[in-house]
Ligand binder design. Structure first.
Ligand SMILES: [Cu+2]
Length: 117
């Protein structure tokens, strides 16, 4: 019984510490662009919660931009990841098209961002 209590106390302490250890870190979502898709192609954000999108390209030059979500025109090129902090203010489904003409599949290259309360 004593062992169980000690284990629980340690578990609680650990959870407490891990919460305190990263107070200012935003959740980060990695998104890889390629010819011609975003992976993942659907993500979910919460209203009012700042999330960092880490954008990289495995092939081709692509782009992301959204006035509605406050995402500035961001060019995504192979070899250098770009990070964009997003704080959605309104719930909804936002379908972002690749913002740079990238070839045959460009028109169908979308990233869907579902913003939920
Ligand atoms: Cu494109």
């Amino acid at each position: 019984m004593k062992t169980l209590v000690t284990t629980l106390a340690l578990a609680v302490a650990f959870v407490g510490l891990s919460t305190v250890a990263h107070p200012a870190t935003h959740p980060t979502i990695d998104i890889a662009a390629s010819n011609w898709k975003f992976t993942p192609n659907t993500i979910q954000l919460h209203v009012g919660e700042t999330t960092t999108l880490r954008l990289s390209s495995t092939d081709g030059v692509h782009g992301l931009q959204s006035d509605d979500l406050g995402i500035p025109m961001t060019m995504i090129t192979p070899g250098s990841a770009k990070t964009v902090a997003v704080t959605a203010t309104k719930a909804g489904k936002y379908v972002l098209h690749c913002a740079i003409m990238c070839g045959a599949g460009h028109a169908n290259m979308t990233l869907t961002i579902n913003v939920v309360p």
